[in-house]
Design a protein around this ligand. Structure first.
Ligand SMILES: Cc1ncc(COP(=O)(O)O)c(C=O)c1O
Length: 395
């Protein structure tokens, strides 16, 4: 069957990004790209393989089903599960040789019982709450759980982790620094209690890009590994701080095809709600994609797609399975032409950041929301020069 839309994922760009990020870490530090959310929409197994090819050491997933998929694809790299694993799934997680997050007594208890029965040692990473109020324990409870893990012959406290709440949304990193201070203070508390933790880790993409005086024995990088900046604030802060200039290469191109080309008269209404009326005789292309595929309805009458390197504005509302674009000014248009919804076409580029700005969201959401039914195809492309017209973050 022919795909109505598909994503081409440049595996060379993914490997390049991993090499670039690893060059920011001290020698011997572990780079652990986050491949959760179908590798930020890039395709879990495909991206994992590309990252490992580029020198990634570990992989971070959110949930156990992602670890299952990686192991089923013979990916043998260490896997760290950053999200919630219910107690009843702990045994399976350990069978899959996963590192688990520890912040719930019942999960730790289950890990201990399983390991005692099967003669294993579970590697656990304590999640410290430093100011995000997501998963994690405050100091006193964290210390208690750390002691319990440390004292068990079946458990190993391999890491202590925390996560920034306010690092990419601002150029003022006072809050993030305070989180880091709390983290350091807790590590000292652990040391005083005689508990050695080989891998404290806190860094995400923004921290790796911005700081060198951070915990870097393991870095959990997501967005930057996919070639996208965490935010424009991160870029500005990196420039202001005189950080080494890095080139991140976006890896994902989302393409579709044309279902129909139609010439419509001046004054024709396009799509549901008659939200667009042509002001001149126009040529429209009907695309077989819509919000079901992850092409956000908020892009209605705002976005453009790229055809033959030209911008073709979205006309009318994005439907569930169809979207209309104006191709009046695309010379030589052919019904077999590919249409780029995200990525490059000829010399033109349309970024996840641009799509995000139209829908009031962030690049993370744009790529992760592309439907799971849209196939991801690995490609290898030579690096392309920046499009000076692209309204995007510098690369
Ligand atoms: C716990 C944790 N660590 C690391 C990351 C990676 O963050 P980023 O994509 O900003 O690098 C995420 C992503 O949300 C996360 O939830």
């Amino acid at each position: 069957m022919t795909d109505l839309s598909w994503c081409e994922v440049d595996v060379e760009a993914l490997a390049h990004n991993v090499r670039t990020l690893k060059s920011l870490l001290p020698p011997g530090a572990l780079l652990a790209p986050a491949v959760k959310a179908d590798a930020y929409g890039h395709g879990l197994v495909l991206a994992a393989r590309a990252f490992l090819e580029g020198g990634a050491d570990w992989l971070c997933v959110n949930a156990l089903f992602e670890a299952e998929a990686l192991r089923a694809a013979q990916v043998e790299a260490p896997i760290y599960v950053m999200g919630f694993v219910p107690p009843e799934d702990v045994e399976r997680a350990l069978e899959l040789d996963c590192r688990l997050l520890a912040y719930r007594g019942d999960v730790v208890e289950r890990a201990e019982a399983v390991c005692a029965r099967r003669g294993w040692t579970a590697r656990l990473h304590l999640k410290l709450e430093t100011g995000n109020e997501r998963q994690g324990l405050r100091d006193r409870d964290a210390l208690e759980l750390a002691r319990r893990i440390h004292d068990s012959p079946h458990l190993r406290l391999e890491g202590v982790a925390s996560h920034y709440a306010n690092i990419e949304d601002t150029t003022d990193h006072t809050y993030a620094r305070e989180q880091l201070r709390r983290f350091d203070a807790f590590l000292e508390t652990l040391a005083r209690a005689g508990i050695e933790v080989p891998l404290p880790h806190f860094s995400n993409s923004a921290a790796v890009i911005l700081w060198s005086d951070e915990h870097r024995r393991l870095a959990r990088v997501g967005i930057a590994a996919y070639g996208m900046w965490p935010s424009s604030e991160t870029l500005v802060a990196a420039v202001l701080a005189g950080r080494k200039r890095i080139e991140l290469r976006p890896a994902l191109t989302w393409k579709t095809r044309i279902a129909q080309i139609k010439d419509v008269p001046k004054g024709a209404f396009v799509g549901y709600g008659c939200s667009y009326q042509t002001t001149a005789p126009s040529r429209l292309a009907v695309l077989p994609i819509g919000y079901y595929d992850g092409y956000d309805r908020g892009l209605s009458n705002l976005a453009y797609a790229l055809v033959r390197g030209q911008r073709a504005p979205v006309r009318g509302r994005v439907c569930m399975n169809m979207t209309m674009i104006d191709v009046t000014d695309v010379p030589g248009l052919d019904i077999r032409d590919e249409v780029v919804l995200l990525g490059r076409s000829g010399d033109a580029a349309l970024t996840a950041e641009q799509l995000a700005s139209w829908i009031g969201s962030i690049n993370y959401e744009v790529t992760t929301r592309i439907g799971a039914h849209v196939p991801r195809r690995p490609v290898r492309r030579p690096p392309s020069p920046a499009d000076p017209r692209a309204p995007t973050l510098p690369r």
